[in-house]
Write a protein that binds this ligand. Sequence first.
Ligand SMILES: [Mg+2]
Length: 133
Amino acid sequence: MKLKVGLDIHGVITDDPDKYRLLAETIIRGGGEIHILSGSAIPNLKKELEKYKIPFTHIFSITTHHEDLGAKVEWIKGLPYMADELWDPTKAEYCKKHGVHFMIDDSPIYEIFFDKEDTHYLKFGGKKTGGGG
Ligand SMILES: [Mg+2]
């Protein structure tokens, strides 16, 4: 079985890029997958990952996903906003669909949507994040 780990960017990778780079490199070298799951649009996420030099095998944007499905996204000061009932369950749905074993995130908002039979949601830190998280 392939190990699949999901990583949030803001509040996780940004908190200690060196540590998460080491984690990502080690998992990928071992044949596992690193799934980056974040709020912002894909080009923004790629730029950030490049800046922090984080390797990954998969990348997913809540915003790009819902835009592709036709949702209305509002951009305020560079951060995307949409209805909470669309936004909040998205990471859990992705992890279930793709068989992600562990999701490391700093948001308490997403936790209730995760079923531990599918994905262990490992909440790092304790700050409540809004759009873009
Ligand atoms: Mg976050």
